[in-house]
Design a protein around this ligand. Sequence first.
Ligand code: GTP
Ligand code: MG
Length: 170
Amino acid sequence: GNKNINAKLVLLGDVGAGKSSLVLRFVKDQFVEFQESTIGAAFFSQTLAVNDATVKFEIWDTAGQERYHSLAPMYYRGAAAAIIVFDITNQASFERAKKWVQELQAQGNPNMVMALAGNKADLLDARKVSAEEAEQYAQENSLFFMETSAKTATNVKDIFYEIAKRLPRV
Ligand code: GTP
Ligand code: MG
Protein backbone atom coordinates (compact mmCIF):
# COMPACT_ATOMS: atom_id res chain seq x y z
CA GLY A 1 0.00 0.00 0.00
CA ASN A 2 0.94 3.66 0.00
CA LYS A 3 3.20 4.85 2.76
CA ASN A 4 3.84 8.31 4.04
CA ILE A 5 7.34 8.79 5.39
CA ASN A 6 8.62 11.88 7.16
CA ALA A 7 12.37 12.30 6.87
CA LYS A 8 14.46 14.94 8.56
CA LEU A 9 17.32 15.90 6.24
CA VAL A 10 20.22 18.24 6.95
CA LEU A 11 22.56 19.98 4.50
CA LEU A 12 26.10 20.61 5.71
CA GLY A 13 29.13 22.05 3.97
CA ASP A 14 31.42 24.98 3.50
CA VAL A 15 30.31 28.59 3.04
CA GLY A 16 29.29 29.17 -0.54
CA ALA A 17 29.26 25.48 -1.55
CA GLY A 18 25.65 25.88 -2.67
CA LYS A 19 23.53 24.31 0.08
CA SER A 20 20.81 26.97 -0.05
CA SER A 21 20.89 26.99 -3.83
CA LEU A 22 20.34 23.22 -3.98
CA VAL A 23 17.37 23.54 -1.62
CA LEU A 24 15.92 26.48 -3.56
CA ARG A 25 16.21 24.46 -6.78
CA PHE A 26 14.61 21.38 -5.21
CA VAL A 27 11.79 23.19 -3.40
CA LYS A 28 10.97 26.07 -5.78
CA ASP A 29 12.82 25.16 -8.99
CA GLN A 30 14.60 28.52 -8.85
CA PHE A 31 18.20 29.71 -8.89
CA VAL A 32 19.65 33.10 -7.96
CA GLU A 33 23.17 34.24 -8.86
CA PHE A 34 23.53 36.23 -5.63
CA GLN A 35 22.17 33.93 -2.98
CA GLU A 36 22.69 35.41 0.50
CA SER A 37 24.81 33.54 3.01
CA THR A 38 22.60 31.69 5.48
CA ILE A 39 22.36 32.97 9.05
CA GLY A 40 21.91 30.13 11.58
CA ALA A 41 19.74 27.78 9.51
CA ALA A 42 16.64 27.79 7.35
CA PHE A 43 13.80 25.27 7.23
CA PHE A 44 11.97 23.97 4.16
CA SER A 45 9.78 21.01 3.38
CA GLN A 46 9.11 19.18 0.16
CA THR A 47 7.47 15.89 -0.73
CA LEU A 48 8.65 13.38 -3.28
CA ALA A 49 6.89 10.26 -4.54
CA VAL A 50 9.16 7.22 -4.64
CA ASN A 51 7.90 3.77 -5.64
CA ASP A 52 5.01 3.05 -3.26
CA ALA A 53 5.80 5.84 -0.80
CA THR A 54 5.45 9.58 -0.39
CA VAL A 55 8.46 11.00 1.38
CA LYS A 56 8.05 14.33 3.11
CA PHE A 57 11.50 15.84 3.54
CA GLU A 58 11.87 18.22 6.48
CA ILE A 59 14.97 20.07 5.36
CA TRP A 60 17.41 21.99 7.52
CA ASP A 61 19.67 24.19 5.42
CA THR A 62 22.52 25.06 7.78
CA ALA A 63 24.93 27.98 7.65
CA GLY A 64 28.46 27.17 6.49
CA GLN A 65 30.10 30.04 8.34
CA GLU A 66 32.43 28.67 11.01
CA ARG A 67 30.85 30.74 13.79
CA TYR A 68 27.66 28.66 13.40
CA HIS A 69 29.49 25.31 13.65
CA SER A 70 28.40 24.74 17.24
CA LEU A 71 24.72 24.84 16.17
CA ALA A 72 25.09 21.99 13.70
CA PRO A 73 24.36 19.11 16.12
CA MET A 74 20.87 20.55 16.71
CA TYR A 75 20.16 20.02 13.04
CA TYR A 76 21.86 16.68 12.37
CA ARG A 77 20.76 15.03 15.62
CA GLY A 78 17.90 12.70 14.77
CA ALA A 79 18.25 13.34 11.05
CA ALA A 80 17.45 10.42 8.77
CA ALA A 81 19.60 11.83 6.00
CA ALA A 82 22.36 14.31 5.28
CA ILE A 83 23.69 15.92 2.14
CA ILE A 84 27.27 17.05 2.55
CA VAL A 85 27.94 19.66 -0.11
CA PHE A 86 31.22 20.84 -1.61
CA ASP A 87 32.04 23.02 -4.58
CA ILE A 88 33.97 21.16 -7.32
CA THR A 89 35.90 24.38 -8.07
CA ASN A 90 37.15 24.69 -4.48
CA GLN A 91 39.53 22.12 -2.97
CA ALA A 92 39.15 23.57 0.55
CA SER A 93 35.42 22.97 0.39
CA PHE A 94 36.12 19.27 -0.35
CA GLU A 95 38.40 19.09 2.71
CA ARG A 96 35.63 20.76 4.77
CA ALA A 97 33.15 18.17 3.49
CA LYS A 98 35.41 15.36 4.74
CA LYS A 99 35.42 16.98 8.19
CA TRP A 100 31.63 17.00 8.19
CA VAL A 101 31.58 13.32 7.24
CA GLN A 102 33.93 12.54 10.14
CA GLU A 103 31.74 14.51 12.54
CA LEU A 104 28.59 12.73 11.38
CA GLN A 105 30.29 9.33 11.61
CA ALA A 106 31.31 10.14 15.19
CA GLN A 107 28.20 11.98 16.44
CA GLY A 108 25.34 11.38 14.01
CA ASN A 109 22.64 8.75 13.79
CA PRO A 110 24.45 5.53 12.74
CA ASN A 111 21.71 4.65 10.23
CA MET A 112 21.80 8.07 8.58
CA VAL A 113 21.67 8.01 4.78
CA MET A 114 24.56 10.21 3.65
CA ALA A 115 25.04 11.77 0.25
CA LEU A 116 28.06 13.71 -0.96
CA ALA A 117 27.19 16.42 -3.49
CA GLY A 118 29.92 17.86 -5.70
CA ASN A 119 28.05 21.03 -6.60
CA LYS A 120 28.64 23.69 -9.30
CA ALA A 121 29.19 20.91 -11.84
CA ASP A 122 28.32 23.47 -14.54
CA LEU A 123 31.68 25.19 -13.87
CA LEU A 124 33.78 22.48 -15.54
CA ASP A 125 36.55 24.83 -16.67
CA ALA A 126 37.23 25.79 -13.05
CA ARG A 127 37.17 22.23 -11.66
CA LYS A 128 39.65 21.53 -8.82
CA VAL A 129 38.23 18.27 -7.43
CA SER A 130 38.00 15.33 -9.82
CA ALA A 131 34.91 13.15 -9.89
CA GLU A 132 37.17 10.10 -9.43
CA GLU A 133 38.70 11.46 -6.22
CA ALA A 134 35.30 12.29 -4.74
CA GLU A 135 33.79 8.98 -5.84
CA GLN A 136 36.63 7.03 -4.25
CA TYR A 137 36.29 8.98 -1.00
CA ALA A 138 32.54 8.36 -0.99
CA GLN A 139 32.93 4.62 -1.53
CA GLU A 140 35.50 4.34 1.26
CA ASN A 141 33.14 6.13 3.64
CA SER A 142 29.81 4.50 2.69
CA LEU A 143 28.27 7.61 1.19
CA PHE A 144 26.90 7.94 -2.28
CA PHE A 145 28.28 10.64 -4.52
CA MET A 146 26.68 12.75 -7.20
CA GLU A 147 27.81 15.86 -9.03
CA THR A 148 25.07 18.47 -9.01
CA SER A 149 24.36 21.91 -10.35
CA ALA A 150 21.81 24.10 -8.62
CA LYS A 151 22.24 26.49 -11.54
CA THR A 152 21.31 24.08 -14.35
CA ALA A 153 19.27 21.72 -12.09
CA THR A 154 21.47 18.74 -13.03
CA ASN A 155 21.03 15.88 -10.54
CA VAL A 156 19.26 18.03 -7.94
CA LYS A 157 15.97 16.15 -7.83
CA ASP A 158 17.95 12.97 -8.41
CA ILE A 159 20.04 13.26 -5.26
CA PHE A 160 16.92 13.69 -3.11
CA TYR A 161 15.30 10.80 -4.98
CA GLU A 162 18.32 8.54 -4.34
CA ILE A 163 18.16 9.43 -0.65
CA ALA A 164 14.43 8.71 -0.53
CA LYS A 165 15.01 5.27 -2.07
CA ARG A 166 17.58 4.44 0.61
CA LEU A 167 15.47 5.47 3.61
CA PRO A 168 14.29 2.60 5.80
CA ARG A 169 10.64 1.76 5.10
CA VAL A 170 8.78 1.76 8.40
P1 GTP B 1 26.26 29.50 3.21
O1 GTP B 1 24.81 29.72 3.46
O2 GTP B 1 27.08 30.74 3.41
O3 GTP B 1 26.81 28.35 4.01
O4 GTP B 1 26.45 29.11 1.65
P2 GTP B 1 25.64 28.04 0.77
O5 GTP B 1 26.33 26.73 0.83
O6 GTP B 1 24.20 28.05 1.13
O7 GTP B 1 25.84 28.60 -0.71
P3 GTP B 1 24.78 29.40 -1.61
O8 GTP B 1 23.65 28.50 -2.00
O9 GTP B 1 24.44 30.66 -0.92
O10 GTP B 1 25.63 29.67 -2.93
C1 GTP B 1 26.79 30.47 -2.92
C2 GTP B 1 26.99 31.07 -4.30
O11 GTP B 1 27.25 30.04 -5.26
C3 GTP B 1 25.76 31.85 -4.81
O12 GTP B 1 26.19 33.03 -5.44
C4 GTP B 1 25.13 30.91 -5.82
O13 GTP B 1 24.50 31.58 -6.87
C5 GTP B 1 26.35 30.12 -6.34
N1 GTP B 1 25.98 28.75 -6.72
C6 GTP B 1 25.33 27.84 -5.97
N2 GTP B 1 25.16 26.69 -6.63
C7 GTP B 1 25.72 26.87 -7.85
C8 GTP B 1 25.88 26.05 -9.01
O14 GTP B 1 25.47 24.89 -9.06
N3 GTP B 1 26.55 26.59 -10.07
C9 GTP B 1 27.03 27.86 -10.06
N4 GTP B 1 27.65 28.29 -11.16
N5 GTP B 1 26.90 28.67 -8.99
C10 GTP B 1 26.25 28.19 -7.90
MG1 MG C 1 23.16 28.99 2.61
